[in-house]
Design a protein around this ligand. Structure first.
Ligand code: F6P
Length: 376
């Protein structure tokens, strides 16, 4: 007897990232066209899943979205186990399970980063069939070579660093560019090398202001009266890094409710005190080198707009691979990018882990051997 067509839900969660629509389309085209599945798209990530807000997706709705930035479904940063629903903060997992069942879903495909993998893991534990696809401009998801969004963001940040050179050069200034990436330095390192930054500062390598000033002064001695510095949003000097790590440790180790509250407040204060770190560094460098300094925060421009070809290709490959996994009833996995192929990886290997830049990574060694300052 012929099997009933599978009915699948799809959603995009966490910060948006170029390539989300390409992945929805890649999955949808294969799921509907090749396997005859039915597809619904939940609005606004986990929020729509908990509130049962969705649209039916067919071939028509997937047409023309490959090149569009953002996500046609909308997104949010909710946590399944603790979200504001119907005026109260509560565990949304039972509601989500009900919605999954009442929509007769056979599987749920979640496009997201590390936080989404954690949410997915919780839903797997509640008995749902879930697959995730790695999405983030930060490239910090464990167990996958890369994630869609990263290549586009790297292009944008690289172009910005390129453009800052001529103005830094003309005015004999130091220009610091703050690049996204959360607590990982991939985006800054990749764009910094590709854009020819003179100094690259990463969260993984706490910096000393003296060392950066020394690099700038050496350049001045060689006749280059300007410097372009790529600063990861998570990069800190040695002292700030130690303060932050101590506050995080305190927060992780707090046992009682009182201690947890106090530790959370302390961590918030430390984080808040470090908010303007790139501006602080600019002032310190101005003082240490005598060169005028300026700051450019690249911000959300790195996440916006059409995905580059590399991300469209990656998102399409991962999306269609996910459809094959649903067809073969393989769940509880993230579809990882592995070389030129894809591979299902258990969600338990991904959730709660972060892929940082190893301090001896090949890209770091490349920067070192080209004489790029890392503030070490
Ligand atoms: O994770 C992607 C990212 O763009 C990070 O690079 C950045 O730190 C963060 O999201 C910004 O988050 P939000 O969209 O919540 O402001």
């Amino acid at each position: 007897m012929a099997q009933a067509a599978k009915r699948v839900g799809i959603l995009t969660a966490g910060g948006d990232s170029p390539g989300l629509n390409a992945a929805i389309r890649g999955f949808g085209k294969a799921a509907i066209g090749r396997y005859g599945m039915e597809l619904i798209g939940f609005r606004d990530g986990i929020r729509g899943l908990a509130e049962n807000r969705f649209i039916e997706l067919d071939k028509r709705s997937l047409s023309g979205i490959l090149t569009i930035g953002g996500t046609i479904l909308g997104t949010s940063r909710d946590k399944v186990q603790r979200m504001l629903l119907d005026g109260e903060v509560r565990d949304a997992i039972p509601t989500i399970v009900d919605n999954y069942r009442s929509n007769n879903l056979d599987a749920l495909v979640m496009l997201g980063g590390g936080g989404t993998a954690k949410n997915a893991m919780r839903l797997v534990d509640a008995g749902l069939n879930v697959i995730t696809l790695p999405k983030t401009i930060d490239n910090d998801i464990a167990m996958t070579d890369t994630s869609f969004g990263f290549a586009t963001a790297m292009e944008i940040a690289t172009e910005a660093i390129d453009r800052l050179h001529s103005t830094a050069h003309s005015h004999h200034r130091i220009i610091l560019t703050e690049v996204m990436g959360h607590r990982a330095g991939w985006l800054t390192l990749g764009a910094g090398i590709a854009g020819g930054a003179d100094v690259i500062l990463l969260p993984e390598i706490p910096f000393s202001v003296e060392s950066i000033a020394e690099t700038v002064k050496q350049r001045m001695a060689g006749g280059s009266t300007f410097s372009v510095i790529a600063v990861a949003e998570g990069a800190r000097d040695i002292i700030d890094t130690a303060d932050l790590q101590a506050a995080e440790l305190l927060s992780r180790n707090a046992k009682t409710i009182e201690a947890k509250k106090a530790a959370a407040q302390h961590l918030a204060n430390v984080t808040d005190g470090q908010r303007e770190h790139t501006f602080k560094l600019a002032r310190q460098l101005e003082e240490a080198t005598g060169l005028e300094s300026r700051v450019t925060i690249l911000g959300y421009v790195q996440r916006g707009g059409t995905p580059c070809a590399t991300d469209r290709l990656l998102a399409s490959r991962l999306g269609s691979a996910a459809a094959e996994l649903v067809a073969s009833d393989t769940y509880g996995v993230m579809v990882a990018a592995r070389g030129e192929g894809t591979e299902p990886v258990a969600l338990s290997e991904v959730a709660g882990k972060v892929k940082y830049v190893p301090s001896d990574h090949e890209w770091v060694e490349t920067a070192r051997s080209m004489g790029v300052g890392l503030g070490e």
